[in-house]
Design a binder for this molecule. Structure first.
Ligand SMILES: [Zn+2]
Length: 267
């Protein structure tokens, strides 16, 4: 089974859903991509039916709080399960080197000695560099610099077992330097902040984000086949799927998915 298990779909200060993050599944192996803003990550993983002891790989796109903060409850839980002999093996975290420093500087001074011991022994950080390839959950995963102007930010691209190409684009609009990389991709996982009609109110572009129309037009131009849009405002969460899908379909001829938290998308 190759699937996306959607854990969260919201932008930074969402309270009606969890922050955008997901599990990429390859036949019972899981890559957690981003961690949201807190302890909710543990509940989302539980509620989607995945045993946390099965997660051994985490990819963090960038250091912003709504993507990073969930790593702390996750590490706290995993290191205590390691100490109890319940979690076997290591936890690998793929991120920019500045993120490792941030995690070290916060986790170590705020945790118990037994957990810190497990942290040093069993939490393995891997620096991300543009176009570097990693073997994770049975996929060759290529880190992609997303050319964010705010801080180092990485997405990734991988070929699935079914031959399809999947690209995760973090939480910034697709930079033109990536057009060739994205062109014709089967699956693009992309941020979207609000509807075009809400742009005056929410100012997505000023905040280095996109409207649904922006992403739909660009992905149409790049002949992408399926788009998954998340990292949205949570003002109208009950109608979000319907409204965003309608706008996406006006400009994009492939399949547009606007998932709610805890939805599962078959790849
Ligand atoms: Zn974000």
């Amino acid at each position: 089974m190759e699937r996306i298990l959607v854990l969260g779909t919201g932008a930074g200060m969402s309270t009606n859903c969890y922050n955008a993050c997901f599990l990429l599944e390859n036949n019972g192996k899981y890559l957690l991509v981003d961690t949201g803003m807190g302890i909710g990550i543990i509940k989302q993983i539980k509620d989607i039916g995945v045993d946390i002891t099965k997660i051994h790989d985490v990819f963090i796109s960038h250091k912003h709080i709504d993507h990073l903060l969930g790593i702390f409850p996750l590490i706290r839980m995993v290191t205590s399960l390691m100490g109890a002999g319940v979690y076997e093996g290591k936890l690998h975290i793929y991120c920019d080197k500045e993120i490792k420093e941030l995690v070290d500087n916060f986790f170590i001074p705020t945790s118990y000695p037994e957990l810190i011991k497990m942290y040093h022994e069993n939490i393995i950080f891997h620096d991300l560099h543009n176009n570097e390839k990693f073997n994770i959950i049975g996929y060759e995963i290529e880190a992609i610099d997303l050319y964010s102007t705010e801080c180092n930010q990485f997405g990734f691209q991988t070929k699935l077992n079914n031959g399809k190409v999947l690209t995760f684009m973090g939480d910034v609009p697709c930079n033109d330097k990536l057009n060739d990389k994205i062109k014709g991709t089967d699956w693009v996982l992309h941020e979207v902040f609000c509807l075009e009609s809400e742009e005056k109110k929410f100012k997505a572009r000023e905040k280095f984000h996109s409207t649904v129309k922006d992403v739909a037009e660009k992905m149409e131009m790049l002949k992408v086949k399926n788009i998954v849009l998340w990292h949205t405002m949570d003002n109208n969460i009950l109608q979000r799927k319907e409204l965003y899908t309608k706008e996406a379909k006006e400009y994009f001829s492939g399949n547009a998915y606007i998932p709610n938290d805890l939805e599962i998308i078959e790849l």
